[in-house]
Design a protein around this ligand. Structure first.
Ligand code: THU
Length: 161
């Protein structure tokens, strides 16, 4: 028997002001785009903005539905748009922000399991890691250098061969 350990490093900033200008801009865009979320049921507005390797910027917000499971998260809305508009172009960084209309928005949240799987596949197909910048509308910012590190021992296309 062997024991194995899984760990990854990420950065924690107290405020958006501590980020490099490019990251600050991306996070500010993600905070602003939360206003375009359609989240009348959860009232939890999520905005994601990505900078692509070709210089393009693509955004996404969560889109809910009265039939709850039909809703889609901001991250996967973004990935679908990026795949359509800039097919096979890698994503350098994605900022994800949220605005909780009924609570506080001062602690970063990280992508749900389904979005982690979608991010992992996007990294795989474009052969490039995606950096995540996570925050609410204020307060701490987490920078995760490789999105797929959030999904250890993940399942992927290689397993289907
Ligand atoms: N949501 C996202 O869009 N991204 C996340 O990373 C977490 C959750 C959405 C789904 C749903 O519309 C609302 O937030 C509450 O779960």
């Amino acid at each position: 028997m062997q024991k194995k350990e899984y760990r990854f490093d990420y950065e924690v900033y107290d405020q958006i002001d501590e980020l490099e200008p490019q990251d600050r801009e991306l996070l500010n865009e993600a905070r602003a785009v939360t206003a375009k979320a359609y989240a009348p049921y959860s009232r939890f507005l999520v905005g994601a903005v990505a900078k692509l390797k070709n210089g393009a910027t693509v955004s996404g917000t969560n889109q809910e539905n009265a039939s709850y499971p039909v809703g889609i998260c901001a991250e996967r809305a973004l990935l679908s748009s990026a795949s359509m508009l800039h097919t096979n172009v890698p994503i350098n960084s994605m900022a994800i922000a949220y605005h909780n209309l009924d609570g506080s928005s001062g602690t970063p949240v990280s992508p749900c399991g389904m979005c982690r799987q979608a991010l992992r596949e996007y990294e795989d197909r474009t052969d490039q890691k995606i950096r995540l910048i996570l925050s609410g509308m204020e307060g701490k910012v987490f920078v995760i250098p490789v999105s797929s590190q959030l999904l250890p021992l993940s399942f992927g296309g290689e397993n289907l061969k």
